[in-house]
Design a binder for this molecule. Structure first.
Ligand code: 5GP
Length: 210
């Protein structure tokens, strides 16, 4: 089998309440070729969230210092809080051959796509708007006001789904995990991710190997 080489960078976005957190957790638990990036945020922890596992929780001042020190691959403000991807982890894990997954919102996704056009972009969505609302409400962790803000934000975000490579509906978690896994594995065989294999083929052919 060909040497795996450098890992692929995948961005997964989805409306708040799309279930993407659960899908990503299952994907990473089931496949050790993936590494999930841990973001920094200025929002407060929700019950059960852990420092360094869910997020690196920062004050706005600390976050702004990370921006100034160029420690972030991308960052965005989302519903009044900063969110960003620390650079170091992403590049070191990709160099080790891991496929790194960023679970980030749309503005960050667009920044990454612009800087790193080889990135695979996946958007996860519940089957319809009603299901999205029921999931947000059912989570019970946000006030009605925040839920309304997130529904409004979802309406804006829907406009940009067309900038992604794949839209995967999260109706059934296992099926959704399987589809995300398949999309990333397929991306390994696109010519833009097979530069080393192409170079080896060219070399062998030029050298007249029989
Ligand atoms: P939540 O507050 O629900 O954990 O996350 C809110 C939104 O921020 C989600 O859409 C999540 O994907 C996004 N997000 C989490 N981490 C990052 C990040 O590092 N960068 C960006 N741009 N968005 C992020």
């Amino acid at each position: 089998m060909a040497d795996k080489g450098r890992g692929i960078l995948t961005v997964v976005s989805g409306f708040a309440g799309s279930g993407k957190g659960t899908v990503m957790k299952k994907l990473v638990e089931g496949h050790d070729e993936y590494a999930l990036s841990v973001s920094a945020t200025s929002r407060s922890p929700r019950p059960g969230e852990q420092e360094g596992i869910s997020y690196f929780f920062k004050s706005r001042e600390e976050f702004e210092k990370m921006i100034a020190d160029d420690e972030l691959l991308e960052y965005a403000e989302y519903v009044g809080n900063y969110y960003g991807t620390p650079k170091d982890f992403v590049f070191s894990r990709m160099d080790e051959g891991k496929d790194v997954i960023l679970e980030i919102e749309l503005q960050g996704a667009m920044q990454i796509k612009e800087k790193y056009p080889d990135t695979l972009l996946i958007f996860l969505s519940p089957p319809d708007a009603g299901e999205l609302f029921r999931r947000l409400k059912g989570r019970g962790t946000e006030t009605d006001e925040v839920i309304e803000k997130r529904m409004k934000r979802a309406a804006e975000e829907a406009q940009s789904i067309k900038n992604y490579d794949y839209l995967i509906i999260n109706d059934n978690i296992d099926e959704c995990v399987r589809r995300v896994h398949e999309a990333i594995q397929t991306a390994h065989h696109t010519v833009r991710h097979e530069a080393e294999l192409i170079a080896r083929l060219e070399e062998g052919l030029k050298a007249g190997i029989r």
